[in-house]
Design a protein around this ligand. Structure first.
Ligand SMILES: [Zn+2]
Ligand SMILES: [Zn+2]
Length: 163
């Protein structure tokens, strides 16, 4: 599930950066923007086709590349729970981290001030201007967590950037 975060308006951003909003691009963008879940390219293509029958695979991939390059969407691997799939989301105005359940595959978003503090710390200690931070946490959700003991898993991944 996606948290209710304020996200970039891709429909406005694309033309404002000088790119034409073709009806195919619009269909795809609306789906990314409205999705309740993090969708992979194949699901995006399927959903876009329902809206706009003539959209093809390469248009979808090219548009995703473009949006990514412009920093309007983030590409996530979500702990590779489902192999090499990549997922896309409109970049929220606040960085967030993703919690991925190994068992049921649930993806949860989490925002915390600690993440902002971590960015500050990184910036200070490295004299590095942080553009985006991606943090992904693998584990077990409330429904799936083991009763006793804890296991852990972690790796780098998604979050969202602020412009
Ligand atoms: Zn779960
Ligand atoms: Zn997200």
């Amino acid at each position: 599930m996606k948290a209710n975060l304020e996200r970039c308006s891709l429909l406005q951003a694309l033309p404002s950066k000088g790119f034409r909003l073709t009806s195919q691009r619009r269909a795809l963008i609306e789906i990314i923007q409205e999705a309740d879940d993090h969708l992979d390219a194949a699901s995006l293509l399927r959903a876009a086709r329902q809206r706009k029958a003539d959209i093809n695979r390469s248009t979808v991939y090219r548009t995703l590349e473009l949006l990514k390059r412009l920093g309007l969407i983030d590409e996530l691997d979500l702990m590779h729970l489902e192999g090499e799939k990549h997922y896309y989301e409109a970049r929220p105005r606040r960085d967030h981290l993703h919690l991925a359940c190994y068992k049921c595959g649930a993806i949860m978003e989490y925002t915390t001030r600690t993440l902002e503090r971590l960015k500050d710390e990184i910036a200070r200690h490295n004299q590095f201007q942080v553009g985006v931070i991606r943090l992904e946490v693998g584990g077990w959700c409330k429904q799936c967590r083991p009763r006793s003991g804890t296991t852990r898993g972690s790796s780098m991944a998604p979050g969202c950037g602020v412009h």
